[in-house]
Design a protein around this ligand. Structure first.
Ligand SMILES: *[C@@H]1O[C@H](CO)[C@@H](O)[C@H](O)[C@H]1NC(C)=O
Ligand SMILES: *[C@@H]1O[C@H](CO)[C@@H](O)[C@H](O)[C@H]1NC(C)=O
Ligand SMILES: *[C@@H]1O[C@H](CO)[C@@H](O)[C@H](O)[C@H]1NC(C)=O
Ligand SMILES: *[C@@H]1O[C@H](CO)[C@@H](O)[C@H](O)[C@H]1NC(C)=O
Ligand SMILES: *[C@@H]1O[C@H](CO)[C@@H](O)[C@H](O)[C@H]1NC(C)=O
Length: 424
């Protein structure tokens, strides 16, 4: 239930005005004036540096429908591709959108009427002020001129299910995330991904989990001399008891695995000794991943605290409502729960220290998804570890820069760079 709330969405694109050739002169003057004003505004507000909205059109995969690669409601899935340029023209970043999961037939049926389950109502997002998707070299020095793809999420199971079911009204609900993922990658291959010299698979939240699930199979699609890496943002979901002592998040994953038949993508090594639900948790999956991966997560991930640690708002613990809403409202007993939650995350990530070519940035800021927002990725109020922003650390890891790319923050509230303006 909780998994379907608050879909992760960026601002939808607004219509841009087209300039008519007849009035070019007057329009140019007016445009110049507006531009000067915008520049002045940009200089005056460091948090919203540059900001001409950047429209990247939505492409629907209508040809993939016959292969069964469809959204929950049977419509064609989509993606937005922004072409790279210059030194980035053969570099590709593929970002898998997030937005929770649906793990009952009813939830999925309802989700099929929303942008996270249907392309009927989906709007393109802007690549402006969007962190790792930004094309401004100052804001996004390592990836600004890459080919960038924002793959829309409309299956409800982290691009990983493969089955279908009949809803109460007799219509079919399609669980075809795996086919969507394959169809999108196939089409991108034809559009130039096949000739990439370097590729990065990323995603946040449910898309971060998808990145972890697909990292090795993505990498296997390229020749050995291509540099392929993965960056999972806010996708490190952990298996813990909630505040009422129940494994409610595990139960949600258990329903998800069964309903949407999430099995193909789970690591074989894990499945030999554990049940599929346990193998959907990143702590298990990363044990067998061979591709270099960067794990970006807060130890106090705001969404996980809501979904996983304190999901139950019907109980007597009203105080948890305000604590879940803002960590500043938590009392000392609650902070202890949160610290324990973080400890589990940190312990499960210990294996990363032994993995060559991996990186991590585990801050202690109350936030969720830090790559796709300019404010957290690289701004004056970005979370910093060792005085470095996420853009610095990820860039350094990506360029292969030696030591210091595995960073774990101290316990909340020790990090003075954690801003209350971050996305939660
Ligand atoms: C890849 O490069 C080759 C050789 O330059 C070219 O013929 C081919 O069309 C390219 N393929 C794609 C998908 O861009
Ligand atoms: C939520 O809290 C109520 C009251 O404490 C309890 O009866 C119920 O089992 C809890 N549900 C979950 C999913 O934890
Ligand atoms: C914090 O809030 C919880 C939930 O209401 C309550 O049970 C606990 O006693 C409080 N702890 C302190 C130290 O006030
Ligand atoms: C978390 O781990 C630290 C270091 O191992 C330990 O000192 C602390 O007591 C733990 N906190 C909780 C709440 O378990
Ligand atoms: C942190 O980095 C900024 C700019 O990168 C620099 O100006 C500042 O001196 C650094 N602070 C410390 C404490 O190293």
């Amino acid at each position: 239930m909780a998994g379907t709330t608050e879909p992760l969405l960026l601002t939808p694109t607004k219509q841009r005005h087209r300039r008519s050739g007849y009035f070019a002169w007057g329009w140019k003057l007016a445009a110049a004036a507006v531009l000067v004003m915008l520049l002045l505004l940009a200089v005056a507000s460091p948090l919203h540096h540059h900001s001409l909205p950047e429209t990247v059109e939505l492409t629907l995969l209508t040809g993939a429908v016959e292969k069964g690669a469809v959204c929950l409601d049977g419509t064609a899935p989509g993606y937005q591709l922004q072409r790279g340029s210059g030194s980035g023209s053969k570099s590709w970043l593929v970002h898998l959108e997030g937005g929770g999961w649906c793990s009952t037939l009813e939830e999925c049926f309802n989700r099929g009427m929303s942008p996270l389950g249907s392309s009927n109502s989906v709007e393109p997002i802007q690549f402006t002020d969007a962190g790792i998707l930004d094309s401004d070299p100052e804001l996004n020095p390592d990836f600004y001129n890459w080919n960038k793809v924002y793959v829309r999420y409309c299956d409800g199971a982290s691009f990983s299910g493969d089955t279908e079911a009949r809803a109460q009204d007799g219509s079919t609900v399609y669980f075809r995330g795996l086919r969507i993922y394959e169809a999108v990658i196939d089409e991108l291959m034809e559009k130039g991904l096949a000739n990439a010299t370097q590729a990065l698979l990323t995603g946040c939240s449910a898309g971060g989990l998808a990145t972890i699930l697909h990292c090795d199979d993505f990498s296997a699609k390229f020749p050995r001399d291509v540099s392929v890496k993965c960056l999972a943002d806010a996708g490190f979901f952990i298996d813990v008891k909630d505040i009422s002592g129940q494994r409610s998040f595990w139960s949600q994953y258990d329903r998800l695995v069964r309903l949407q038949n999430v099995s193909e993508v789970l690591p074989k090594e894990c499945l030999t000794s554990k049940n599929p639900t346990e193998c959907l948790f990143p702590a298990e999956i990363i044990k067998s991943i061979r591709t270099p991966m960067f794990i970006l997560n807060s130890g106090y991930d705001s969404k996980q605290i809501r979904l996983n640690l304190a999901p139950n708002t019907s109980g007597p613990d009203n105080a948890w409502l305000s604590c879940r809403d803002n960590i500043r409202n938590c009392n000392s007993t609650q902070i202890e729960f949160l610290d324990e939650f973080r400890n589990t995350t940190v312990n499960e990530l210990k294996v990363v220290y032994d993995k060559k070519g991996w990186g991590m940035f585990i801050d202690s800021c109350f936030t969720h998804c830090q790559t796709i927002y300019g404010i957290s990725w690289n701004s004056p109020v970005s979370p910093r570890l060792g005085n470095k922003t996420i853009a610095d650390v990820v860039g350094n890891w990506h360029r292969g820069g030696g030591q210091g790319v595995k960073e774990i923050d101290c316990e909340y509230p020790c990090n003075p760079t954690c801003s209350s303006l971050l996305h939660t």
